[in-house]
Design a protein around this ligand. Structure first.
Ligand SMILES: [Zn+2]
Length: 1009
């Protein structure tokens, strides 16, 4: 949805609200208030209870006896806007530090280690006025995890050594963001706000603000961290949500025991009554130079905080109309003019007390010359809204759709669910904490009018982003070095917008015909059938089907792959298929947007194998949408104007690859080196010179003429309805595009190159945009298979947390440290990715030293610890998908990888339980150890050659691989071989075979000639 991602809104009937009651508890010690009537969706089987403890901590308890993960989150209503002026980034730094030891659990990695050994994970974020901590874990280990978690808010240590080291992680995080346009623009918005407003601060911090400058000024950062925690980490501005399989009483007892002691310092949540964009900051026109070749226009108006009006949600109403994409919409008009391709409009949250209303568009080459006209159109649309007045039917439609969303909401993963609810506890009355963000119960036109009074030329701020502005943008933002220029908007322009009047082409949307009306669930067709089965096979198509008996919602998911050997034949064909998918989606937007609003979405994307069509959402009107999609696909004509615009966007996207993060580059090059076929961005870019309307028009019928269709239907569907969907696709293709089946021999997929035993290879590339460098060190371990998969995953389970602890926390090599499985084309291996400011050759030697150390550690690991890891992995693997569409995507991956192991988790976990510690030790010795005979190592290194980067000749001579003081030596290793020419390298290697289907199924009359 191109409304801004606000919270989904829904409605609960008045009757259920009036029946709410508060029950003030007298029974439970330590509890001030207890609410047992938290309004929930009819489909929601979990039990809820909300509490306010004696120390004013708000708590939401969620009991779900069937949950396979427990989770908790705590949100402190304080964030980076409350950083002391002299220490930008302190709230964020404090968030990092809470993970690093508490009085009760002083060990730095205790929390993460405990979670890793019990199938869990954790994270945290710092926002403008919130800091949110969350984790999940296997249900048995929940009490232990919650205890470790609670200590963050009781007695964190902030040890000096950890403070000294962790500032590097914060700095590395900033380095990662430094050349990212999103972060640069976010900070620029702050830099150009009222300088006395807290909003204007630099919010993430770096080594300069949290180490160098404080040292110069004699400020002790550790003391400041302690002060910050002492001042703001107060129970009365905290909210906690916990989800476990325990009963509400048991959860309550756990929470009371652990969190009653959190101190209540009676602080007041900061509220900003003045707006960071006061009169001085409005009527401004900014010109900004991006890192990537992007062109955007941002229009911003200051508005009041709309949270108190959640029952009317005027921002939602206005975002719905301004962000609409149907006929007569603002987007349709601007697209028709050839100025923009996409539009996002709606309210954007600020912090307590203020918010923004934004209209953001991308700009075409022509569009950047028409900024004035685009803004005029925005005001014309706003004038239309004022002239027509608030429309009750639009409000009712939004209300119905949100009510439906709330009623049939997919279950969320415990971690993200508790994380979101902890924040929502701050905003809604306890009984409305689940539905408040959905509630649209009061139609109050005056509130909509109130917001509209802020959306006037007098309040506007504009920013235009584009490479072409480099000459005019003479100022530099302090923290990110963004080149920009802010000017006053000339009075003549403002006057023109004041008199924008009306535009006949802009209209309010019509009634949404896609709103589903039938929510009936189909009767069970075949009990006991738990996996997809093939229900139809013809030379042209294979249809897999599974009726849902788990999620029980009126939704279904359809996937169809239109497989063609032309898809990735050469760079030119790859480009053609990409353009087809882009233009197709572009042409269908007006029609499909209504369906999207009504919870029915489709997507069409190009892959190495063809086109993937996906339709998901309420099943009621799915066939109508699919019919339309197929009809357009088989009668598609290319609009030459849209072609040129979207080709320009594609060419820029290919060029922008150079500005992607170094860790993204190493992942890309690894695939390029190992996959049977792969085109570089330069190859694709060079081939765009052949990309013409004529070439595309000739390509489309050729592409559609010979295909193989693989389909999966899963959800609230029957065999008949699944077959009907398949018929819609096949009928359009065979009748209109005269599609014929492919030969069996044309259905092969890509294979992977096999490295030689004992090889040690290095591939180096440069990155000139980012100051960070990155490495992916990959150990190829052969083909996938039940036994091999479990060995590798178990090894990664044991290695991942220590990798983070050693390489990030202790050695501070960079913010991004990742250790896990890499799988591609039926093969797999262990990979470790690090991004940081050191030279990749040094990073490689540290990875080797780490792996060496882990080899020794494996030998001495206790049986209990081994079993904990085995159980943790099993628990992680057996966590059921919470959403229907997630399970469908897992099964779909089994189909497109041709492995068809639909019951993989059960089968693999059963095998996992038979593995011994010795199996893992042997596997390590065979594939990973420095002396392993089958060791196949590929180290892909992206070296920064930007000023100050590890490959900057000014900065460094020969890169050293000598360990820093006090660090262990890597083992002796053979000389690595450098890959200089990728195709020559690949020509010298054999390919692995393709995977066979896990359960063979008969291919019937496929090879009819
Ligand atoms: Zn961080």
């Amino acid at each position: 949805m191109r409304r801004l991602p606000l919270q989904d809104l829904a409605y609960i009937p008045y009757s259920s609200l009036s029946s709410l009651f508060w029950s003030l508890s007298t029974a439970s010690m330590g509890v001030k208030e207890q609410v047992d009537s938290v309004v929930k969706s009819e489909e929601d089987l979990r039990q809820y209870r909300a509490l306010v403890l004696e120390n004013n901590l708000k708590v939401l308890l969620i009991s779900d006896p069937k949950t396979d993960k427990s989770a908790a989150a705590l949100d402190v209503h304080i964030g980076s806007m409350s950083d002391p002026r002299e220490l930008p980034g302190l709230a964020h730094f404090c968030e990092h530090m809470l993970f690093m030891g508490t009085e009760k659990y002083p060990c730095e990695n205790e929390y993460n280690k405990y979670l890793a050994e019990h199938g869990g994970s954790s994270n945290a974020y710092t926002a403008a006025d919130h800091t949110n901590y969350y984790f999940d874990v296997a249900p048995e280990a929940f009490p232990g995890a919650l205890d470790r978690f609670a200590q963050f808010f009781l007695t964190p240590l902030f040890t000096e050594s950890a403070v000294d080291r962790e500032v590097n992680a914060v700095n590395s995080e900033h380095e990662k963001n430094l050349q990212n346009d999103y972060w640069r623009l976010t900070q620029l918005e702050k830099a150009t706000a009222d300088p006395n407003h807290d909003f204007s601060k630099f919010n993430t911090g770096n080594k300069e603000t949290l180490d160098a400058i404080p040292k110069e000024k004699g400020i002790n950062v550790r003391d400041a961290l302690l002060d910050f925690h002492k001042k703001w980490y107060s129970s009365n501005i905290m909210a906690l949500s916990v989800l476990g399989k325990e009963s509400l009483e048991e959860l309550q007892a756990m929470v009371l025991e652990l969190f009653s002691e959190v101190e209540n310092k009676n602080v007041t949540v900061p509220e900003w009554k003045s707006h960071p964009f006061g009169p001085e900051q409005c009527r401004k026109y900014g010109q900004v130079v991006p890192v990537k070749d992007i062109r955007n226009l941002y229009i911003t108006f200051p508005i009041p905080d709309l949270h108190p009006h959640y029952k009317t949600a005027p921002g939602h109403y206005l975002g719905h109309l301004i962000g609409h994409e149907g006929p007569g919409s603002l987007l349709s008009y601007l697209k028709g003019c050839g100025w923009v391709n996409s539009l996002v409009g709606g309210q954007k949250s600020g912090a307590k007390g203020f918010a923004f209303f934004v209209v953001n568009v991308d700009l075409t080459e022509e569009g950047i010359e028409h900024v004035q006209d685009i803004v005029t159109a925005v005001f014309q649309y706003l004038n239309l809204l004022r002239r027509e007045g608030s429309q009750e039917w639009v409000f009712e439609e939004c209300k119905d759709l949100s009510a439906m969303t709330f009623r049939f909401k997919d279950k969320e993963r415990p971690q993200s669910y508790t994380c979101a609810l902890a924040e929502q506890l701050h905003y809604y009355p306890l009984e409305e904490v689940l539905c408040g963000g959905y509630l649209l119960s009061e139609y109050q036109p005056h509130l909509i009018d109130m917001v509209l009074t802020h959306l006037l030329p007098i309040n506007i701020r504009i920013a235009v982003v584009g490479k072409a502005l480099a000459e005019k943008a003479t100022d530099v933002e302090k923290w990110y070095g963004t080149q920009y220029k802010m000017d006053d908007i000339e009075p003549e322009r403002l006057e023109e917008w004041e008199k924008a009047g009306f535009n006949e082409l802009l209209k309010l949307p019509t009634k949404n015909e896609f709103v589903p009306t039938n929510f009936e669930l189909f009767k069970d067709e075949k009990k006991g059938n738990t996996l997809p089965e093939m229900i139809s096979e013809s030379p042209l198509a294979r249809v897999w089907f599974k009726q849902d008996d788990e999620f029980k919602l009126p939704k279904s998911v359809v996937y169809a792959e239109l497989f063609s050997p032309l898809a990735y034949l050469d760079p030119h064909h790859t480009n053609l298929l990409h353009m087809f998918a882009q233009l197709f989606r572009d042409a269908l937007t007006e029609y499909t947007y209504a369906a999207e609003l009504a919870g029915l979405v489709y997507s069409l994307s190009n892959t190495k194998y063809g086109l993937t069509l996906n339709v998901k959402g309420y099943n009621d009107k799915q066939h109508v949408l699919l019919e339309k999609v197929m009809e357009r696909m088989t009668s598609f004509t290319v609009d030459p104007k849209r072609f040129e615009i979207l080709k320009d966007a594609y060419v820029r996207a290919l060029r922008n690859f150079r500005a992607d993060q170094p860790h993204q580059h190493v992942v890309f090059y690894t695939s390029l080196l190992l996959a049977e076929h792969g085109w570089t961005k330069e190859e694709l870019l060079n081939a765009t010179s052949e990309l013409t309307v004529e070439a595309l028009e000739a390509f489309i019928p050729r592409f559609l003429s010979n295909l193989h269709i693989e389909m999966l239907v899963h959800g609230n569907a029957t065999r008949d309805s699944a077959m009907h969907m398949s018929t819609i696709i096949q009928k359009h293709l065979t009748e209109k595009a005269h599609t014929k089946p492919l030969l069996n021999s044309q259905l092969t997929r890509q294979r992977e190159y096999q490295l030689k035993d004992g090889s040690s290879l290095v591939y180096q590339a440069e990155n000139a945009v980012h100051r960070d460098s990155a490495i992916e060190t990959f150990f190829q371990c052969g083909m996938q298979g039940t036994h091999q998969n479990m060995l590798l995953e178990l090894l990664c389970q044991i290695f991942a947390e220590p990798a983070f602890d050693e390489l990030r926390t202790k050695e501070q090599l960079g913010y991004i440290v990742w250790c896990g499985v890499r799988r591609a084309n039926g093969t797999q291996g262990l990979r470790i990715i690090v991004q940081g400011d050191r030279h990749p050759q040094y990073l490689d030697s540290r990875i080797e030293a780490f792996l060496h150390k882990m080899g020794e550690r494996l030998d001495s690991i206790s049986d209990e610890e081994f079993m904990r890891h085995r159980d943790a992995l099993a628990s992680r693997r057996l966590e059921r998908p919470k959403k229907l569409a997630h399970l469908t995507s897992i099964w779909w991956a089994e189909i497109t990888s041709n492995q068809y192991n639909f019951d993989r988790d059960t089968i693999e976990v059963a095998h996992l339980k038979t593995l011994t510690k010795q199996n893992v030790v042997d596997f390590y010795k065979a594939c990973i150890a420095s002396f392993a005979e089958e060791r196949k190592k590929l180290s892909v290194q992206v070296v920064s050659v930007s000023p100050g980067g590890a490959g900057d000749v000014e900065r460094s001579g020969e890169p050293s691989t000598q360990p820093d003081d006090g660090l262990s030596q890597p083992p002796p290793l053979p000389e690595a071989e450098h890959i200089s020419d990728i195709s020559e390298f690949k020509q010298g290697l054999p390919l692995y075979p393709l995977m066979r289907p896990f359960t063979p199924f008969t291919k019937t009359s496929k090879s009819k000639l």
